[in-house]
Design a protein around this ligand. Structure first.
Ligand code: CTP
Ligand code: MG
Length: 554
């Protein structure tokens, strides 16, 4: 009885902590953020990785009594955070206060005894929670609060936006619907941490890091999970040879190039994920790509995963994008609107090929914001000038140095509103000299194109690389045509005000008009033109099939 009383007190303490954490503590956190300045990219990564290491992911029975659930898990220690989500069934993430709590929980976890199948006894933090005895008991509840982990269809979004009363409200609604939620970010880091456990079985000091839109601040619910296996931090790897005296080295197998090392390790890990990786399905090894990768689907989270190795420059690009997004809210807002607009009109695509990518589009938005008068964000060279000694970074002969402390960056005063900027963005790229000029966020000015690619966007950390060399003439023309048509459309709707209020169905206006799939195409309702656009799309598709697999890095 005493034991149960103790457990009950501890459980209540845990639940109270949870409730307090989500209601009373939240405003305080904002204040601290304001006072201390926004967190650097690496500080956010460290915090998220810590949370992930103390967390477990599990499938749950469809009906679950939350009180009993918490009581069960609290036996192993304080719970810092938990949430449920739906994905062909109910799943839960539980984050404990300490790593030891997870170890205690895993010690009490059984390997299933199946009648017709034989389990691979590979233990991980992906678990299944079941009931003993009958499936239903009077205390069981259903309908756990589940936040969506994917976006809503575009017609629902248009409807939602049409009911808003100002462009600002529309933007807020778009961001709330599309950007990654706190729970979704936690789930991303947790999946990455689960995969690291598998890789660490062979390379104990390795880390798997997230990069790309999962962590650069421009991620949309449902975006892929880009990861890279970092073997550089393995102790003794980059230490200098001593000049004299005895010393020891490991005996290792050798291969002809660093690329072969990457290919072998990825090939082997791909095999492990395929054979033993709980929840990992459809493993494809794409080892001959410019940046070799293993692609697979993580079933419990629903994430399409790309695992690369030796991709440190991409990590720096991710940090740079994060930094720009943190500097001014208009950066993320404009990127989200433009990405969403591009997706609706088929400028970007989920199939790889001659289309403009989200990454290229983001750089185009950043470049546009650098070209405002006064600029809304500084150029990369300026961020390099502000860097301190700790920010120095040379990767594969590329200088990737830029300031990481956001408080050192002084912005110029630019008061342009988001609807002005959106209009100007379309005008800017309607008239951009793509045939002669290259987009360069390092200098913040267009440069003469060094090579004859249709769209030329310099890789911020390696000016010899064009991140959009995949884009063909037809796709670029399409982008320019849609920019022109959207400029026109925004001019027409300038004086438009929201037509309906509140609950009733409303006529699309503002952002909703821009996101209507047929609207822009209908402006110049010229059949010939539309036939042209369709055939461009088919051409692009054929080209992508010819080119085969997507190359992740230029
Ligand atoms: N990257 C790069 N050079 C390229 C393509 C990609 O450096 N030519 C890096 C960028 O840091 C990019 C990351 O790889 O953010 C992941 O690429 P990708 O998944 O294509 O883009 P995301 O930014 O993650 O956008 P999405 O939401 O479409 O996945
Ligand atoms: Mg991505």
């Amino acid at each position: 009885v005493k034991c149960l009383q103790k457990l009950d007190t501890s459980l209540r303490r845990n639940i109270v902590t949870n409730v307090v954490a989500s209601s009373a503590e939240a405003p305080q956190k904002d204040e601290t953020d304001e006072k201390e300045g926004r967190k650097s990219f690496s500080a956010v990564q460290v915090e998220r990785q810590g949370q992930a290491e103390r967390s477990v992911l599990m499938s749950c029975p469809p009906k679950i009594n939350e009180k009993k659930f918490l009581k069960y898990f609290s036996r192993h220690g304080d719970i810092k955070k938990y949430f449920f989500y739906e994905r062909n069934g109910l799943y839960a993430v539980v984050e404990f206060a300490k790593r030891e709590c997870v170890e205690s929980l895993l010690e009490a976890t059984k390997i299933p005894c199946l009648s017709n199948e034989f389990p691979m006894p590979f233990k991980s933090r992906l678990l299944s929670l079941s009931h003993y005895g009958s499936a239903a008991s009077p205390n069981q509840q259903s309908g756990q609060q589940c936040q969506p982990q994917t976006t809503i269809p575009i017609d629902q979004l248009i409807d939602r936006l049409s009911r808003k009363e100002s462009i600002d409200q529309q933007v807020t609604s778009l961001m709330e619907t599309y950007q990654l939620t706190d729970d979704n970010s936690r789930l991303r880091f947790l999946v990455c941490s689960l995969l690291q456990d598998i890789a660490a079985a062979y390379f104990p000091e390795c880390t798997i890091k997230l990069f790309g839109s999962s962590v650069n601040g421009f991620g949309k619910l449902g975006c892929d999970l880009d990861m890279f296996l970092d073997l550089d931090d393995i102790s003794g790897r980059r230490t200098k040879k001593q000049e004299s005296g005895l010393f020891l080295e490991y005996q290792l197998k050798t291969v002809s190039t660093e690329r072969v090392v990457t290919q072998r390790i990825l090939s082997f890990l791909g095999e492990c994920l395929d054979q033993f990786g709980p929840g990992c399905n459809g493993v494809q090894k794409i080892l001959n790509a410019h940046c070799p990768l293993v692609r697979f689907f993580h079933h419990p989270s629903g994430f399409q995963c790309d695992l690369t190795a030796n991709n440190r420059v991409a990590m720096k690009t991710t940090e740079l994008l994060y930094l720009y997004g943190e500097l001014d809210p208009r950066v993320r807002h404009l990127v989200f609107i433009v990405r969403c607009w591009a997706r609706v009109h088929g400028i970007t695509s989920s199939i790889s090929g001659a289309w403009i990518t989200n990454f290229s589009l983001t750089i185009m938005v950043l470049f546009f914001l650098q070209r405002r008068n006064p600029p809304i964000i500084p150029c990369l060279d300026h961020l390099k000038d502000l860097a301190g000694p700790m920010d120095n970074s040379m990767i594969e002969g590329n200088d990737c140095t830029f300031v990481s402390d956001l408080s050192k960056i002084q912005l110029q005063r630019n008061t342009e509103t988001l609807d002005q900027l959106l209009h100007e963005f379309f005008e800017f790229y309607s008239a951009f000299a793509f045939s002669k000029m290259s987009i360069d966020i390092r200098k913040g000015k267009e440069q003469i194109k060094p090579v004859k690619n249709h769209l030329h966007i310099q890789n911020p950390f390696d000016s010899s690389l064009n991140i959009s060399k995949n884009v063909n003439a037809a796709q670029l023309e399409r982008f320019v045509a849609l920019c022109q048509e959207s400029t026109w459309l925004l001019e027409q709707t300038k004086t438009n005000t929201p037509s309906g209020k509140g609950g009733s169905a409303s006529t699309p206006w503002g952002l909703a008009t821009l996101l209507q799939p047929t609207n822009v195409a209908e402006i110049k309702s010229n059949r010939k033109r539309r036939v042209g656009l369709t055939s461009d799309r088919i051409k692009g598709l054929i080209e992508s099939l010819k080119n085969g697999t997507q190359l992740k890095k230029s």
